[in-house]
Ligand binder design. Sequence first.
Ligand SMILES: Cc1cc2nc3c(=O)[nH]c(=O)nc-3n(C[C@H](O)[C@H](O)[C@H](O)COP(=O)(O)O)c2cc1C
Length: 221
Amino acid sequence: MDLYEALYTTRAMRRVKPDPIPLDVQQRIMDAAVRAPSGGNQQGWRFLLVDDQATKEKLAPLYKDAVGKLWETFYAGQLAEAEARPNDPDSISFLKVQKSANWLGDHFAEVPLFLFPFTQFDPTGSSIYPAVWSAMLAARAEGIGSCITVILSFFYPNEVNEILGVPTEEGWAMQGCISLGYPTGTWGVATRRPAHEVTYRNQWATDVGFETTEPLWPPRT
Ligand SMILES: Cc1cc2nc3c(=O)[nH]c(=O)nc-3n(C[C@H](O)[C@H](O)[C@H](O)COP(=O)(O)O)c2cc1C
């Protein structure tokens, strides 16, 4: 797959089929992921793949509860605003994300595979993100949808570490939970605020020197 196609179309694909992901596909995803950079090439990471039904069923109520907490805390204001003005484009977009996030909350145990990334003694926690994104791009190349989530590590780290047998006394810290599965929908280009509106040159809030009103992929003929 063309790299730009993967970069433009790796969306948050929460709605997936229960079909299992073959082991050789998982192997290719993880082999690509560990090629990612880490600070000082320390590779202070571990990746825990969870496909055991009983384990997923233990995690599912925690995940569902965490989704609820998300709307009651971080996004409470935005949700109230979106519900008050449901026809605003921003509200439509927010409510769409909420619906999709709730789907994952309601169907967690049906998702075939989760990837839990962990770091050890990484004070910034940032060294794991290139590997996580590489895994998600490799999954995209395999036709597998993914969604990075952080709510379990935020709201229930101790409970999840206990369920997964993580040796936290050795400094291992959960950095998220990525759902993986064959999508029920289709791939599309992510809609975002244009690059020129969020990129400056040399000085804060200056013109970057280019303007892109439409995504540059797929290339126009
Ligand atoms: C660091 C990070 C944390 C995220 N946490 C969650 C989460 O806890 N739950 C969830 O459903 N989605 C989560 N997401 C997914 C975002 O909501 C999603 O990437 C965003 O809405 C853009 O989706 P799109 O690419 O389909 O447009 C997270 C994404 C990132 C990058």
